[in-house]
Design a protein around this ligand. Structure first.
Ligand SMILES: [Zn+2]
Length: 420
């Protein structure tokens, strides 16, 4: 299988409907009266679609194909697809025949966004003056939209086996860590001969045998990717993932779900939605301040800086509603790229989350509350990092001795991935 880069599936976290399209029709007219000719039909394909399911190639003949020794062979590049015996002697109407080709087989013949279909007449045909070949290609497709590394891509496929789906991810930052690809399949994959192959840009990454008969939920498998491989895949800014179902899988309509984690756990900024840029912007260790403040309006969204689990939620913790006033604060235990844990304090934040809730990076976890100083509302997010896997303190969260607190700004900046 040759994976071609022309079909760049840039897919958001969405399940797409698919639709049938008569993609392309070409006609070659008036080849010479002598027999044995080959005509070539070039079909151009746009980058904005993804072929799924089977491809139907229909060949129409007009001329002299009226006996068993008068036929035309159909080729996809140099691969024989079938033979068309149809047509009456010097007929003036089209005689049609169709062949079904799996999407993966069809895509393997695409070169520079074009696929070439060749029709070769047998030696005894075409002694008529009207001599046409018409080739029509029909397939189902998804419209494609961009996705980024760290986002999930879901593509559905129709009933039947041998489908190829594509998931491409933008990756325009340098990869400095190993990663993984998580693949979920839903459909009919419930025997050893029913499986999906996972390919990344020409490399077979692995095989996924999971999934119950016509399962309604995804069956997940994870595959590790080395830093060197990811750097290679990402060198052109796009990482292409293709999933190829075995020929007898997917007697049900189903979906492939792909999450590409290239460069390990992505980190995000906690107050990227905060609208206010005003004065309350107290930094690390200013008057013993154990974090970084982000100016914000009340009710601005606060986002998780990484994947994690809610460790503590306090509605009225001393000092988090203002100077000497109680207020809301939450603590999340996050995961670092090496698998170790740290704790982040999101101060002055109201949340509906509860202890042990799971969060994903960039999830909205709450909203900025009020912070009163001498009757004025200096609302802001207080963000603190306890850079240790345990021993999170019970007191001294905002001010006090440093212990395992660390400056959040370089901590985040060294990990934050600048998504485009
Ligand atoms: Zn603060």
């Amino acid at each position: 299988m040759r994976i071609n880069c022309m079909l760049l599936a840039l897919i958001l976290y969405n399940a797409f409907g698919f639709s049938q399209q008569t993609y392309s029709r070409t006609t070659v007219r008036g080849f010479s009266i002598s027999a044995g000719q080959t005509t070539t039909h070039i079909h151009s394909l746009p980058d904005s679609i993804q072929i799924i399911g089977n491809v139907v190639i229909r060949l129409g003949l007009k001329g002299d194909f009226g006996s068993s020794s008068e036929y035309a062979d159909l080729f996809l590049d140099d691969e024989t697809i079938g033979t068309h015996n149809g047509g009456e002697e010097c007929q003036t109407s089209w005689d049609y025949q169709s062949w079904t080709v799996p999407a993966g087989q069809f895509v393997s013949h695409i070169i520079d966004s074009e696929v070439a279909v060749e029709v070769r007449n047998s030696s005894s045909v075409n002694y008529c003056s009207t001599r046409y070949h018409a080739v029509k290609i029909t397939f189902s497709y998804n419209e494609l939209t961009p996705a980024e590394v760290g986002q999930k891509s879901v593509v559905d496929f129709p009933e039947g086996g041998g489908q190829l789906t594509q998931h491409s991810f933008l990756s325009n930052y340098s990869i400095d860590r190993s990663g993984s690809i998580d693949v979920g399949i839903r459909g009919d994959f419930n025997s050893t001969s029913e499986y999906a192959e996972i390919w990344i840009e020409g490399d077979l990454i692995g095989q996924h045998d999971g999934g119950s008969n016509c399962a309604a939920s995804f069956d997940q498998a994870s595959f590790s990717l080395s830093r060197a491989a990811l750097q290679d895949y990402a060198s052109d800014g796009i990482i292409d993932v293709m999933i190829w179902n075995s020929s007898n899988a997917n007697l049900c309509q189903g979906e492939h779900e792909v999450f590409l984690n290239a460069g390990s756990i992505p980190f995000w900024m906690p107050c990227s939605d905060c609208g206010y840029s005003g004065p309350y912007n107290r930094g690390w260790l200013v008057q013993g301040h154990l974090g970084q403040d982000y100016p914000a309006y009340p009710n601005d969204s606060v986002r998780a800086v990484a994947d994690g689990r809610v460790y503590k939620v306090e509605k009225n913790f001393p000092g988090f509603g203002g100077l000497d006033l109680p207020g809301p604060v939450m603590v999340i235990e996050h995961i670092k790229e090496d698998g170790s844990h740290f704790f982040a304090i999101y101060g002055h934040v109201s949340t509906t989350l509860e202890k042990d809730d799971i969060v994903r990076g960039n999830d909205i976890i709450g909203t900025v509350g009020h912070y009163y100083v001498d009757g004025e509302d200096w609302s802001h997010l207080h963000f603190g990092v306890w850079d240790a896997p345990d021993s999170f303190p019970t007191t001294g969260w905002g001010y006090g001795s440093i212990r395992d607190f660390t400056d959040p700004t370089p901590f985040l900046n060294s990990r934050y991935l600048p998504w485009p």
